[in-house]
Design a protein. Sequence first.
Length: 519
Amino acid sequence: MKIFKIKQAALLFAAAGMLYSCDDFVNVEGESFISTNTFYKNQSELDLALAGVYDGLQNAYSNANYVYGEFRADSFWPAPASTNVSRTSFHNSSMDAADATLRWNDFYKTIDRANRVIIGGEALQGADPNTLGQAYAIRSKVYFDLIRIWKNVPLFLEPIKTTADAYKPVTPYDVIMNTVVIPDLLKAEALITTSASPFNFSKSSVLAHKAEVYMWLKQEGVAEKAIEDLIKLNTHSLVTTPQAWQDLFYNQFPTNAFPTAPGKVQTGTELIFSIRYDTADSTVSGLWVTWVAGSSITVISPLVENKWIERFPQDEVGWTTKYPTTPPVFTKTTTVGGVTTTTPLYGDWRQFASRQGGDFLIGMGSTAIGEARLHKWTKDRSNMVNNLDRSDVVMYRYADMILLLAEAKVKLTKPTEALTLLNQIRTARKLPLVTLDEFGATKEQQISYILDERQFELMGEGKRWWDLIRNDRAFDYINPLLQSRGVNPLTQDRLYFPIYQNHIIESLNSYTQNSGWGS
C-alpha cells in the first residue's frame, strides 16, 4: 500500500510541476505553479503528498547515515588495497569540496515536499493531525541533520515556486535549531497520536528524535524524560536472542554459500523507525554498495576489533579471568580427521555476527583483523546486484535509546541507574554483566565505557561520529588514527563537512565555503 501511494504521489508531484534535475540544486516550474493551498482538496490527496515526502527520505538517506555518521569516525578505515579516493578522503577527514557525495539536493527535495504538506495541510479543513505531525517530524529531522553536517545552511519554509526562490543565503545554525528543529519537533509530538509504526514517524520515533536532539544540545534532563516517555509507551523492547538480533538487520538472499538464506527479514521489537525500501519501488538502498559490494573499500578498523576483544576476550584464560562466573553463550563444533569436538566460543557474538566471514555460531571467521568488511546486514556478497538492494535503513532502535539514556543518566550524576541500563543490554545479549569497578569511578570513565558499548552494539548504524562530536571526543579518538596514517589531524574548523563546490557556484556565491575547507 505504501509503495502504491508513493507511485501515486510521484504523479501528484509531477502534475503540480514539482520536477527536479539531478544536477541542479532545485529546478522549479515557473509561474504556472498551482498553489499548495488549492491543490490538496481532501485528506486522500494530503496522504499521497506525505507518501511523497517519505519517498524523498528514501533518496536522502540511502547512504547518508553511513557517509556522515560513520566514515569519519574510528570504527572504519580504508581497506589496504582501496583505490576509492572519495571514500578514503572521508575516512581521512580530507574531503574535496568538489566531491559530489557532498550534495545536499535530496535533503532539500524532501524539505520542499514536507513544506507543501505542512502548508497544504494547515489550510485543509479537518486534516488528520497525524499527517501534519509526520511532515513536521520529517522537516525537523532533516534540518537537524543538515546543521549537524554543514552548520549554517539555507532555510526554506515555503515551497519553491520560482527560480529566484531556489537560492538563499545560509541561515545560522542557532536560528535553524531554535526556529525549525525544536518547534517542528514539539509540534510533531503534540500532533501525532499513533504509538508505533516502523516506517512512519509515530509517537515513539518522535520521542527518539527528541532525545537525540536534546542530547545534542546537552540538555540531558529533557532527553532523559523523552526516552523514559518512550519506554512507558511499551511499544518496543530489546530482543533477547542472537538470531532475533541478527534478524533486525538481515537481508541475505540465497547464494551457493547460503542456499537456505531467508532473504529480507529486518523485523523485530527493537526497530522504532526505519526507512523502508521495497522491491516494488524503484529507489535503491545504499547499504550493500556502502559496506559489501565491489572491491575492498571500507573495513572495520583494527582499533575497534582489538578493543572489542579486550572487553570480551576470545581465549579461555582471558575470558575466565575477567568473567569467572559467566560462561559464553555459544559453543563451537569442529571436525578434524573425523573427530568432532565442541568447545566454548569465547568473545562477543555481536562482533562475530558483524564481520566478514564471521558468525555467532562459528566465531570471527578467517578474515584477518584490518581486512574484514562490515557484514552485519548480509553474509555473502557473491552474485549480489546493488540495483536490487532494498535493505531498510534503520534510523532509531530501542537499544540505541537505552544506551543513550545511560549516557544521560551519567551526565545527570545518576551512575547507578546508568549501570542498570547497561546491564539491561548485557542481559538481553546474554553477555556478562558490567560491574561497578569495570564501569569506572569518574564521569569521564563512565562516558567512555558507554561510548564503547554504543560502538559495539550500533556498529555501522550511523551513530559513532555524532557520539564523538556530542561528547567532545573527536580529537582524542580520531587524531591518533589520522596521525598513524600520515594524515593531517582534525581541527575545530574542520569538524563540519565542506559544502559541495557546485552548490556555491550555482548559488552565484550566495553561499560561502565552510571555514577550513578553502574558498
